[in-house]
Design a protein around this ligand. Structure first.
Ligand code: HEC
Ligand code: HEC
Length: 199
C-alpha cells in the first residue's frame, strides 16, 4: 500500500465526508481550456468573462478555484440553493467542476465599482473591526475555499450576507455564520458597497 499522504487533501476529504458531500480528490489536474468548453452553459448568466449579466448573478472571475468548486459541490448536493444553480450543478462531475473553476479563476478580476465615499469608508472600518480580511484576504480578494468579495455585485453580497445571517444559506464550517450573526442591515449595506469598490 502506498502511503503518499497529502495531508491537505485528506483534510478536505474528511471535511466533505463529515458533511455528507462527495468529492473525488484523486483525479486529473484541473484544465482551464477544457473548463472553458464545459462552461459554455454558464456564459448566459455568468458571462464568458466571468462577470454576471445582472445584479443578482455573482461574478466568478478571479474567484479562488477551491471556493468555486466548493460552492458547486454544495449546489449539487442541494445543501445550497438559489438561482436554479442546484439543478444546473447536478449534471457536473467533480472533474467538470475543477475544470470550470480553473477557467473562471484564471480570468481578470471584475472592475472596482464606484460608490458613496462615506459608505465605502464605513464599510472598510467594519470589515477590519469584524476581521473579514483575516479570512477573505487583505483586499477581500479571497483565498483557498473562501470567496473573493472584491468587485462582487453589491446586490448579490447583500442577499448572501442576509441569507448566511438567517441560516437560509448554510455555512459549512460555521465560521461565516458567526461572522454574519452580529451584522445589522446597515452594516451589511456598507460592507457590500465597500467590497464592490475593491479590485
Ligand atoms: C440561469 C442563470 C444561471 C446559469 C445558466 C448559471 N448560473 Fe451560476 N448562479 C446563478 C445565480 C442567480 C447564482 C446566485 C445563487 C444564489 O442566490 O445563491 C449563481 C451562483 C453560482 C455560484 C456561486 C458563486 C459564489 O460566489 O458563491 C457558482 C460557483 C456558479 N453559480 C457557477 C455556475 C456554473 C459553473 C454554471 C454553468 C454550469 C452556472 N453557474 C450557470 C445563475 C446562473
Ligand atoms: C473565520 C473566517 C471568516 C470570516 C472572519 C469571514 N468570513 Fe465570509 N466566508 C467565510 C467562508 C468559509 C465562506 C464560505 C461559506 C460557505 O459557503 O460555507 C464565506 C462566505 C462569505 C460570503 C459569500 C460569498 C459568495 O460569493 O457567495 C460573503 C458575502 C462573506 N463571506 C462576507 C464576509 C464579511 C462581510 C465578513 C466580515 C463581517 C466575513 N465574511 C468574515 C469565512 C469567513
Amino acid at each position: 500500500m502506498k502511503l503518499a499522504l497529502n495531508t491537505k487533501a485528506i483534510l478536505w476529504v474528511a471535511f466533505f465526508t463529515a458533511l455528507g458531500l462527495s468529492f473525488n480528490a484523486h483525479a486529473t489536474p484541473p484544465d482551464a481550456v477544457a473548463g472553458k468548453v464545459k462552461a459554455q452553459a454558464c456564459f448566459a448568466c455568468h458571462g464568458e468573462n466571468g462577470i454576471g449579466i445582472s445584479p443578482e448573478i455573482p461574478n466568478l472571475a478571479a474567484q479562488p478555484p477551491l471556493s468555486l468548486t466548493y460552492q458547486l459541490i454544495q449546489f449539487r448536493g442541494q445543501q445550497r440553493k438559489g438561482g436554479a444553480m442546484e439543478t444546473l450543478a447536478m449534471t457536473l462531475s467533480d472533474q467538470d467542476m475543477r475544470d470550470i473553476a480553473a477557467y473562471y479563476s484564471s480570468l481578470p478580476p471584475p472592475p472596482a465599482k464606484s460608490g458613496n465615499a462615506d459608505k465605502i469608508a464605513k464599510g472598510g472600518q467594519i470589515a477590519s473591526a469584524q476581521y473579514c480580511n483575516s479570512c477573505h484576504g487583505p483586499q477581500l480578494q479571497g483565498q483557498k475555499h473562501i470567496a473573493r468579495l472584491a468587485g462582487q455585485s453589491q446586490d448579490y453580497l447583500v442577499t448572501q450576507l442576509k441569507n448566511i445571517r438567517s441560516g437560509a444559506r448554510i455555512d459549512m464550517d460555521g465560521t461565516m455564520g458567526s461572522a454574519a450573526r452580529g451584522l445589522s442591515d446597515e452594516d451589511i449595506d456598507v460592507l457590500a458597497v465597500y467590497a464592490a469598490s475593491l479590485n
